[in-house]
Design a protein around this ligand. Structure first.
Ligand code: ADP
Length: 449
């Protein structure tokens, strides 16, 4: 059994992992940059190690420093959280090479799904529908242009190594193609060190729907249903909910079974999310995330399963604590991402939190690393808190979310709370009637007229 885990992350996800470790009686080691010496994850951990200066490259992404911290502190496992090194197969491999358990899938599965071209091919082989597009990477502009004509416009040019909403561009017409193609290729080369790109038909009004799975090393795989993450800005999720208002329980059951079967065939280990776009009654695979996701708490709220706990236990070689039959979906859950950003300009905000009051009461969960007087540094992802609400049905959930958002006080920096207050009052959102472009249309009606 694992006795001590080094958490190679910061912020709310580091705190979330710490909590799962403490519930399991596992010792914790936090790593931090010099900018995070007073951070909540450091204060709550049993031990902490400073791994470098504020810039992520020199601290949280610094593989030798993180692995040294794990070895020096006597940890026997490393949890990568999300972002940072979580989808770096070299890191996973090196952790294992040092005799430590990597809390995640095998490095080859991380590498396979980290290459979106390979991920799509694998999904197709496993019987999942994918969005029509190029079969593999495109070597020349000439070949790409011919293929683009066959696929038809509008289409997306996507980087094989893209992620986090980066590394993709739309071409509305043939005239725009070559410039968009060259620019994605160039930017992908610089940002990801891999300039492979592929083409995909652009779906006009889909919803983003993803399935959460958990697998153990004995071949047991369960799914925890779907999450609808269609409310996005610049391809980044802002609000997530489960269940999705467009899937019936029969559809969920059949499709969840199909997804779990596919993952079983892959002999995958741990938690993962298969992402799809939903249009015309069909789900089309777009990618798989081989790590815990930001929005995992909504699935926890409606199933009662502690996903991080199961993830740790699965990595330690245990069998899943429940079967698909034991998974029961109860009520509705919504998560609002509270980013340190201005709700109108979306400019990132940093500084000292002057007054902090968390909402509470029935059905409310706040995952955050904030406290009164803490500093939100400018160097990291803007996600500072997640407000998660659970209720018996969607209507009650929306009412609770409205109440909780009004109670939430975060002073000293700008946040997305005012945007979420608008969303929760919006008649289309209330009706559950939205697609992946809804939020941008709401924010800028003129450009979508
Ligand atoms: P990332 O890894 O950067 O998150 P994804 O492939 O998961 O990239 O796509 C992110 C978002 O971009 C999706 O949730 C969706 O809103 C949009 N998107 C991706 N592929 C398509 C497509 N073929 N047509 C329309 N929108 C798409």
């Amino acid at each position: 059994m694992i006795k001590k885990i080094l958490i190679a992350n910061r912020g709310e996800i580091a705190v979330r992992i710490l909590r799962a470790c403490k519930d399991l009686g596992i010792q914790t080691v936090a790593v931090h940059s010099t900018a995070d010496a007073d951070a909540m994850h450091v204060r709550l951990a049993d031990e902490s190690v400073c791994v470098g200066p504020p810039q992520p490259r020199e601290s949280y992404l610094n593989i030798p420093a993180v692995i040294s911290a794990a070895c020096i502190s006597g940890a026997d496992a490393v949890h990568p959280g999300f972002g940072f090194l979580s989808e770096n197969s070299t890191f996973a491999y090196m952790v294992e090479e040092h005799g430590l358990t990597f809390i995640g899938p095998k490095p080859e599965h991380i590498a396979m799904m980290g290459d979106k071209i390979m991920a799509k091919k694998t999904a197709a082989r496993l019987g999942l529908r994918t969005i029509p597009g190029s079969d593999g990477s495109l070597s020349t502009l000439d070949k790409a242009t011919k293929l683009a004509d066959e696929i038809g416009y509008p289409l997306l040019i996507k980087a094989a190594a893209g992620g986090g909403g980066r590394g993709m561009k739309m071409a509305m017409t043939k005239d725009a193609f070559s410039e968009a193609y060259e620019s994605v290729k160039r930017e992908a080369g610089i940002a990801f060190g891999n300039d492979n790109v592929y083409l995909e038909k652009y779906l006009a009004n889909p919803r983003h729907i993803e399935f959460q799975i958990i697998a153990d090393k004995f071949g047991n795989v369960i799914h925890l249903g779907e999450r609808d993450c269609s409310l996005q800005r610049r391809n980044q999720k802002i609000w997530e909910e489960t269940p999705s208002s467009v899937l019936s329980s029969e559809f969920r059951e059949d499709f969840g079974y199909k997804v779990a079967q596919a993952i079983g065939e892959l002999q995958y280990l741990g938690v993962g999310t298969l992402e799809f776009l939903y249009e015309g009654g069909e789900l089309y695979f777009i990618e798989m995330n081989t790590r815990i996701q930001v929005e995992h708490p909504i699935s926890e709220m409606i199933t009662g399963v502690d996903i991080v706990r199961e993830q740790i236990l699965a990595a330690a070689g245990n069998e899943l604590s429940l079967s698909q039959y034991d998974v029961k979906f109860r009520g509705h859950a919504i998560e609002c991402r509270i980013n340190a950003e201005n709700s109108e300009t979306f400019l990132p905000s940093s500084g000292v939190i002057k007054n902090y009051h968390c909402p509470g009461g029935p059905g409310i969960r706040v995952d955050s690393a904030l406290y009164d007087g803490c500093r939100v540094p400018p160097y990291y992802d803007s996600l500072i808190a997640k407000l998660i609400v659970h209720a018996n049905d969607r209507e009650q959930c929306l009412a609770r979310m409205r109440r909780a958002l009004r109670e939430y006080v975060i002073e000293g920096i700008d946040t997305l709370i005012p945007l979420h207050l608008k969303l929760v009052e919006n008649s289309d959102v209330i009706a559950g009637d939205y697609d992946i472009h809804f939020l941008e249309r709401m924010l800028d009606p003129a450009s979508h007229a």
